[in-house]
Design a protein around this ligand. Structure first.
Ligand SMILES: [Zn+2]
Length: 240
């Protein structure tokens, strides 16, 4: 079957020859895919819109000579308003980079794909705090990838923590650390009870339903936690 039709979001593009681009696509069914998009930079090319960052559509890919080529695309959403808001654009681009580092070729990841599409949509069309949307994205991305943070017990000794004991988070083991265990450890991150409460609630009911203030979202902590697990570094200068 040389032709495959799949949903995908463009994570990255690189110029290739004069009129072409090499796209890095995230497909929920195929994982990360590198595909050549021929002629997309020519004026009036029907493939231009589907070769931009964030483009979300149904791509028809042709496999031949050991590589994939985009033959057509039915664009679902371009998330165009992200381009006119520098702050949102930076965080949305960061989400693409995190996905690129998590998703592997030939590894389907439907949940992460849905999370990315919804998170981009929230940034684009909802009046939600940009950092809180990013924090929720990171929290769910961690849970989907098998690293749901432990937010009620100490990750070292297993003891259940009282609210007033919540001070430290170990990004290596992925959870809270009690005051006794924290004395023997270095490189712990600070966390407050209200930040822990925000993570518990967003994991339970999602960011759309929580009424907790956006400034309770520990975006910097979650970026450190997720990035510790990525195989390649993700640039986030000035974001957190
Ligand atoms: Zn402990």
């Amino acid at each position: 079957m040389p032709h495959i039709t799949c949903q995908a979001i463009v994570l990255r593009h690189a110029d290739y020859r004069e009129h072409d681009r090499m796209l890095t696509l995230f497909s929920p069914t195929l994982g990360r895919v590198e595909a050549l998009c021929r002629g997309c930079k020519k004026i009036g090319s029907p493939l231009l819109a589907c070769s931009e960052f964030f483009a979300f559509g149904e791509y028809v890919l042709y496999t031949g000579k050991g590589r994939m080529t985009v033959t057509s695309c039915n664009l679902t959403e371009s998330f165009y308003p992200l381009r006119s808001d520098w702050d949102k654009l930076k965080y949305a681009t960061y989400m693409l980079s995190v996905c690129e580092a998590i998703v592997q070729p030939n590894e389907p990841n439907v949940h992460l794909f849905t999370l990315l599409a919804r998170s981009l949509s929230r940034l684009c069309y909802q009046q939600k705090d940009t950092k809180a949307v990013t924090a929720a994205f990171l929290l769910h991305a961690a849970a989907i990838s098998g690293y749901r943070p432990r937010l009620s017990h100490c990750v070292k000794c297993g003891r259940r923590l009282d609210e007033k004991e919540i001070r430290h988070f170990d990004s290596e083991d992925g959870g809270l650390v009690c005051p006794e265990c924290s004395e023997m450890m270095q490189r712990l991150l600070s966390v407050s009870p209200r930040e822990v409460h925000w993570m518990q609630e967003v994991l339970a009911i999602g960011i759309d339903k929580t009424a907790l203030p956006a400034d309770h979202a520990p975006a910097a902590l979650l970026s450190a936690f997720v990035e510790e697990r990525l195989e390649k570094p993700v640039r986030h200068k000035g974001l957190f």
